[in-house]
Each structure stands twice: as C-alpha cells, then as structure tokens.
Design a protein around this ligand. Sequence first.
Ligand SMILES: Nc1ncnc2c1ncn2[C@@H]1O[C@H](COP(=O)(O)OP(=O)(O)OP(=O)(O)O)[C@@H](O)[C@H]1O
Ligand SMILES: [Mg+2]
Length: 331
Amino acid sequence: MHRSPAVRGRGITKSFGDVVALDGVDLDVASGQVHGLVGPNGAGKTTLLGLLLGLAVADSGRLEILDTPVGRTLAVPDGVAGFVDGPGLYPSLTARQNLSALASLRRYDAGRTADVDDVLEQVGLTDVADDRVRGFSLGMRQRLGLAAALLTKPRLLVLDEPRLLVLDEPANGLDPAGKHHVHRVITGLAADGTAVVLSSHRMDDLAALCSEVTILATGRVVFSGPVSKLAAESGELDYRLLTSDPAAAHRLASETPGLRVVPGRDPGQRPDADVVVRGPVPALDELVVRLVRDGVALRELGPVVAPLEAAFLALTGTGTVPAQADQEDQR
Ligand SMILES: Nc1ncnc2c1ncn2[C@@H]1O[C@H](COP(=O)(O)OP(=O)(O)OP(=O)(O)O)[C@@H](O)[C@H]1O
Ligand SMILES: [Mg+2]
C-alpha cells in the first residue's frame, strides 16, 4: 500500500532569543508510522512537536503536514491532534466532563456519550470516569490527555484524511497497566494509517512502540532511521561476565585478541566478582570458547548498557542514560 508522508520537514530552525531550540532539523514521518523523538532535556523535542501542532511557527525551513505546507499563522493543521507539555485539563471537572467540554469547545460532532465512553474505555479510565480530575495521578492525567486527543478521530474519519497524532511524553508517569493501554491505542491507530509522533525519555518505550526514531541533541538531528539501525550504531559495547573463576576470566579476557578488560575492578577480591570487557562480538565469542576450554563456567554474559541506550549515549555525547531502565524493562 502506498503511504503518503504525514510529515515532511526540511531545515527547520526555531530560536527563542539567543537559544537555538531547533537548528536545521529534517523530519519524515510516513502515514501509519510511529515515530519516536528522543534526546536529552532541552534538545528541542517539545519545540518540534509544538510546530507540528501549530502552536508555534518555525523561523525558517519548510514543513508540510498531511500534504499541506504549514504557513506563517498559528493554527492546528486539519487532521492533527495531540498535546505538548502535558494535557490541559480542568481539575474541578470529572474525566467525562472534561472530554465533553473539550468536544463541544472544538465543535466536534462528538460530545456524544458514545464517543466519550469509547475513548475512556480505550485508555482504561472507565472506572474513574466520574471522578474529579483534581484527584488524578500523573499517569491518569496522561491517559486522559490521550483520550482527549483520540476524541478528534471520529471527525477525521468522516473527512477520510490521513491523520497525525502528536504526543509529548505520553508514557510519562504510567504504571504497567497504563502503559499497556497507551501502547495498544497507539499501535491500533498506526495500524489504521494514523501517523504518530511521540517523544519519550525511555529508549525501551521507543523500541517497543516506534519503527523509526529521530534523536535530537541541542536542536540538531544526530540520528534518524529505523530502530534496528540505531542498535547497530552503538559500536563496541561493554559486556559484564560472571564466571566461576573471575581471576582466570580476567586473564583469559586480557589475552583474547580484540578484547580489552575495562579497568576499575579487582577480580581477585570476591569469588563472585564480575569482569567487564569491551570489544566486538567475534572477540567475545572467542573469549567464551577459551573460558570453556579452560574449564571456567560462564554464568552470565550481557551488555552493561542496553545497545539502544549505548547508541543514544554515544550519539548525544551525554553522560547519562535517558532513563536507566532496569534490566527487565529492556527485554
Ligand atoms: N517558550 C520558550 N521560551 C524560551 N526558551 C524556550 C521556550 N521553549 C523552549 N525553549 C528553549 O528551547 C530549548 C528546547 O526546549 P524543548 O522544550 O523543546 O526541549 P525538550 O527536548 O522538550 O526537553 P525536555 O526533555 O526537558 O522536555 C531549551 O533550551 C529551552 O529552554
Ligand atoms: Mg519536552
């Protein structure tokens, strides 16, 4: 099936006074694609998403959304829904009232109970539909924000247009059930042809949801492409080995061509101490062969930092991982 681009941005620049928030950014998002934006704090993610939502205009560059060039006036382009910097909600109203108010405000043919109930159900908020938003947790607010964005869908379907959903950190503050709901909603929309552009600080979330990612660092694109290609960008990784004989493992690792033992550990001190090595996968294979040949049992072997996060660190030059997800999350 031919899928027209939902977003085509070229050389987009946006400054706030002396701060260059976006510096010649290109962005391509196909219909039906979930595209992730990632980058350190202040990289320009929210600024870029704001341009897609018509909340600001670029200083220079070209931006086409759903085949329509974006002009100089502030307006939400037709067929686009979403939020940046957290959804705007009325704390004194219930979840249901917030959605109904929003629907009538935007003069959708919605506000219809069926639509409101449907989106509440999709994000898993049916049980708290009649509770005031004031008492909602961060994750519940995020889910309600997604429900609000989803309310536009009926109108968009009527117009039979390609659609674009823009979400700034939609998974922020979500518990596992909330994450599951949000992931399912996003994946479902994409399968129906909606393009989704979302930002996240979590590489594991992006890997689970997105087919393509754009990495921004201080307003510039440092990587754009498939997630699978990103993992390959990480180059040589550090691997942690847990063996029955750390001292022997240390010696064998330092003798294996292409491998380097990462210093800072003293394998002689503890019987269960690990050894950290750096090198390409074939050299690691060779080490495993040597360990086994010398009767050293290999108990654990894995990258110290997950490949996607290692790529992120290398590309953005940051010393911190966007979110140090625990090992289980990364699988
Ligand atoms: N309205 C504004 N006025 C002045 N400076 C701004 C404004 N909006 C953004 N900036 C600046 O532009 C840069 C990019 O900000 P942006 O909010 O887009 O980053 P971000 O990638 O979303 O960061 P975070 O991960 O913290 O959400 C920052 O240096 C920020 O201080
Ligand atoms: Mg932001």
